[in-house]
Design a protein around this ligand. Structure first.
Ligand code: SAM
Length: 276
């Protein structure tokens, strides 16, 4: 590091940039914009938002069981974020590579890996749409969790990203990808507040604007910090259709980790898509 750049701590580094949505935030509907959203304070705050312990309780052994039952050993966490699933997988003994397109999220993930069990996460800075440029080798499973895929705003980008996930999988590999239940939000059946993922007690996460092309969420923290994410509201069957189109043969969709959610609208859908 050069002498004129003084970085006292990781938090200081995160404060070097803040979110930028311009004069007309609801006009921001671009796949590239995520890199400007996961910066600054929201990166620092993300783990308050998702409260690791409560999230682990909410998810239980769902993902580990899905992977273990298929004999998976090598996993690509394509949307590492701050590292929650990468750490869980490392704890469970999976050979895991952790990728993300946000350098600041990766930096936080690395620190979290050390703090939660002393894991040296193997990190790769990669965008899904050009994954194979930076991620090498084949995987038994790719995971893309925490409502990450919602950051892609064009169908072209979605198809490209899924095709990249497909191509890094072994012939019998599995993709596990989740999404918020946007159908319920778009159809007015829910207020959009989540139980499983956004479960930190010190944060209020609510939709700020919703239309068929944008779900803009506002996250307000106890300390007064306010952050936003602009996301594309994927419909469940649309994503299942895309998975089928890129070649996945069997797609099972769970609502909040259950095969059937009963009468209640699930907060999240999890698609388990098998290549063969
Ligand atoms: N999976 C983590 C979790 O569940 O806590 C992180 C979820 S966070 C909502 C979404 C992550 O996806 C961010 O870390 C963001 O940088 C990453 N991301 C969004 N679009 C991406 C893209 N096109 N390529 C790579 N990463 C992307």
């Amino acid at each position: 590091m050069s002498e004129d750049v003084q970085v006292d701590s990781t938090s200081e580094f995160f404060r070097l940039h803040e979110q930028e949505f311009g004069d007309d935030p609801i006009a921001v509907r671009e796949s590239d914009h995520y890199a400007q959203e996961y910066v600054g304070g929201i990166v620092d705050k993300w783990d308050d938002l998702i409260d690791w312990q409560r999230r682990a309780e909410g998810e239980g052994r769902f993902f580990v069981d899905q992977l273990t039952s298929r004999g998976v050993t090598r996993v690509l966490d394509a949307a590492t974020g701050t590292g929650f699933h990468s750490v869980q997988l490392a704890e469970a003994g999976f050979d895991t590579i952790s990728a993300d397109g946000s350098p600041q999220m990766l930096a936080k993930a690395f620190r979290n890996g050390l703090e939660h069990g002393g894991h040296l996460l193997r990190l790769v800075h990669a965008d899904w749409r050009s994954l194979k440029r930076d991620v090498h080798g084949e995987f038994d499973a790719v995971i893309c969790l925490g409502n990450s895929f919602t950051h892609l705003f064009s169908e072209h980008d979605r198809r490209k990203a899924l095709a990249e996930f497909y191509s890094v999988l072994k012939h019998d590999g599995v993709l596990i990808i989740d999404q918020r239940n946007y159908d319920a939000l778009l159809d007015g059946k829910t207020t959009g507040k989540s139980t499983y993922y956004y479960c930190g007690e010190e944060v209020n996460a609510v939709p700020d604007h919703v239309d068929e092309g944008l779900a803009r969420y506002k996250y307000t923290f106890d300390d007064g910090g306010e952050y936003f994410l602009n996301m594309y509201p994927l419909r469940r069957d649309y994503l299942r259709g895309l998975l089928r189109d890129v070649g996945f043969q069997r797609i099972e969709t769970f609502g909040d980790f259950q095969e059937t959610a009963g009468d209640r609208e699930p907060d999240f859908y999890i698609h388990v898509a098998e290549k063969s």
